[in-house]
Design a protein around this ligand. Structure first.
Ligand SMILES: Cc1cc2nc3c(=O)[nH]c(=O)nc-3n(C[C@H](O)[C@H](O)[C@H](O)COP(=O)(O)O)c2cc1C
Length: 305
């Protein structure tokens, strides 16, 4: 009997769709595997590129996992052997269409008791989002067996310019000596190695065990410079998010002044606290290497490097 793999995802620019297509190509060409690729569609059109206000006004509801409903997927009656979920962090949380799906009754039916592999395609800050995703997966009574993370080719500081430029103008080319935005094409191409391993594991019925399939493939590498920064930033998103939500619903004109104040605060943080924190983290990493390595190993579970 054929094994069924569900590949469920959301992608605005198509980048994550591209990652997943490369990844599952080996599964698609296997005769004993049926791959169902399904795109999550929100009832709201998150148009791309974003306008300045729509982008920043989206953060409170993203962080509070309070996005609009999605359209029905019509796959709740299909039994899958393995589920691959592709998502992107928005403001250190799963994107709104993804968190809306994970909170839906439909997700609770589709994911129940199933092994799940998460695939993240993002700028470089995914640790807090994956923490939330793990909780959402647990609430669906499913088992996270692997996590694959592909990050942008720009360095951590230059991506503070290149990613927002891409999101707000649609332009991702190299400019003024900065690298292009988005994930490197070679990294995307090389993600077929994950599909090859999944195929091998499915053929050995490994999905029935509670073990990772993608170990020793470089599936994930946590950057210790972001562990602390993400924690602080997520806390600040929650505080500011709560405050902004007092001024009305997403899109409300009354929210605009406070959103502008928040952006000014965020920008100040990015040019002052972030570089200092990155330097301090680099220093602390050397001093507390052993403790630090343990934290990273925990974050990188279940797949590991
Ligand atoms: C509203 C918004 C917020 C984002 N926040 C983050 C973030 O917190 N961390 C990160 O690494 N990337 C972030 N990104 C970049 C996305 O994770 C992703 O790389 C980009 O949106 C392209 O994904 P897609 O076209 O496949 O949807 C954000 C993008 C958007 C649109």
């Amino acid at each position: 009997m054929k094994k069924r793999v569900l590949v469920l995802h959301y992608s605005q620019t198509g980048q994550l769709t591209n990652v997943l297509e490369n990844m599952i190509a080996p599964l698609k060409s296997a005769k004993n595997i049926e791959v169902v690729m399904t795109k999550i569609e929100s009832t709201e059109n998150f148009s791309f590129p974003w306008s300045f206000f729509k982008f920043f006004d989206a953060f409170p509801e993203t962080v509070y996992l309070d996005g609009p409903r999605n359209k029905s997927l019509d796959i709740a009656n299909i039994d899958f052997d393995l589920i691959i979920i592709g998502y992107q962090p928005w403001f250190l949380s799963p994107s709104m269409p993804m968190s809306s799906f994970m909170k839906s009754d439909e997700a609770k039916i589709i994911l129940k008791d199933k092994p799940v592999i998460t695939v993240i395609g993002c700028r470089n800050m995914w640790i807090e989002a994956q923490k939330t995703m793990k909780e959402l997966i647990e609430k669906c009574d499913s088992r996270l067996i692997d996590n694959v993370v592909l990050t942008d080719q720009s360095g951590p500081l230059e991506s503070f310019v290149t990613t927002p430029r891409w999101m707000l103008t649609g332009k991702k080319d190299a400019f003024y000596g900065l690298s292009p935005a988005g994930i490197n094409a070679q990294d995307i191409k090389k993600s077929s190695r994950f599909g090859e391993r999944i195929l091998e594991k499915l053929n050995a019925n490994a999905e029935k065990k509670d073990e990772p399939m993608l170990t020793n493939l470089g599936a994930v590498k946590a950057d210790d410079r972001f562990v602390f920064s993400e924690k602080i930033a997520k806390r600040s998103f929650r505080i500011w998010g709560k405050l902004i939500r007092l001024f009305g619903k997403r899109g409300a004109i009354a929210r605009r002044p406070i959103v502008v104040i928040y952006v000014a605060f965020l920008f100040t943080l990015i040019i002052t606290v972030v570089p200092i924190n990155m330097m301090v983290q680099t220093l602390l990493r050397r001093v507390f290497k052993e403790k630090n390595d343990k934290i990273l190993i925990e974050i990188e579970k279940p797949s590991g490097r």
